[in-house]
Design a protein around this ligand. Structure first.
Ligand code: PXL
Length: 282
């Protein structure tokens, strides 16, 4: 049976993040990807000014209700960038409606990076997001989002193993049994993710070589590969390895080409390789 995911993110019409990344990557993994757009923007909000922003808060529940009337079911629900504070409760409700015994809910608590909240996000957004995270089976915060969820001060890296271990354990106590923390580094040569499986009490670190520069949309590239790999029955640490590898290769290609880092990464030229890894038939 082909698997199906519902992806709840914004559409940034230009700039390679959120749904314009999730759709092709999840599809390349052989997974059917349905979408609930949270907002439509002309571009993402990172380092670009003058963008349009159409809030779709009022459309989310009607979409979900229509889907329910068709008896649609999802093997995973994957949420990312939300268009308003109100959407936190609405997405919690969508989760409640589509939760099944054998599916999983994955939350990327998109709201901040490098110690600061993204534009438009009110200071109480992390408290609201904590409520959504409590409903999730898997969460994929970066370090800034992790400390905001835990109401702790942000620290600059490099980090220690003990510090990262404490963060992922505290995050799993909020509810999710699987925590993937991105942006982890113990020195300046490597960067990667920690993945913690609370059921098995297993913590793994997956690193790759660090590439200088802040490339936009990499969190969504990472999360989408992770979702596609988990739905293809990869273990959490195997799925994280695939996501790290795909993201780093996309960054390396972009760096090589010298394109504007605000315009996202060239993940497109990695899709064939990803599809071959995830669809053994090919
Ligand atoms: O990649 C995260 C993201 C998604 N969507 C929008 C954003 C950002 C990060 O800045 O601005 C609109």
């Amino acid at each position: 049976m082909q698997k199906r995911v519902a992806a709840i993110h914004d559409i940034s019409c230009f700039g390679r993040c959120s749904l314009t990344v999730a759709l092709p990557i999840i599809s390349a993994g052989g997974i059917e990807c349905s979408v609930i757009p949270t907002a439509v923007l002309s571009t993402h909000t990172g380092g670009i000014s003058g963008y349009t922003f159409r809030d779709l808060t009022q459309d989310i529940l009607p979409v979900a209700e229509h889907w329910q009337s068709l008896n649609l079911e999802f093997d995973a629900v994957y949420s990312g960038y939300l268009g308003s504070f109100e959407q936190i409760d609405i997405v919690t409700e969508v989760f409640r409606r589509f939760r099944k015994k054998d599916n999983f809910l994955i939350v990327d608590p998109v709201m901040a990076d490098n110690g600061v909240l993204y534009k438009h996000f009110p200071s109480n957004f992390p408290t609201g997001m904590r409520a959504l995270v409590r409903q999730a089976d898997v969460i994929i915060p970066n370090i800034t989002e992790a400390v905001l969820l835990l109401d702790e001060p942000y620290k600059e890296g490099p980090y220690t193993r003990e510090y990262i271990e404490k963060l992922v354990r505290s995050l799993s106590r909020l509810g999710p049994s699987q925590v993937v923390l991105t942006g982890v580094y113990f020195d300046d040569t490597q960067l990667g993710a920690a993945c913690y499986n609370a059921d098995k009490d297993e913590l793994d670190f997956i690193f790759a070589r660090r590439i200088e520069g802040y490339y936009h949309g990499t969190g969504d590239v990472f999360g989408s590969v992770l979702v596609a790999a988990l739905l293809n029955d990869q273990s959490l640490s195997e799925a994280v390895s695939m996501a790290v590898d795909f993201t780093v290769k996309s960054i390396a290609r972009t760096k090589q080409a010298g394109t504007d880092i605000r315009f996202g990464v060239n993940f497109e030229q990695g899709l064939l390789e990803l599809a071959q890894k995830l669809n053994p038939i090919l």
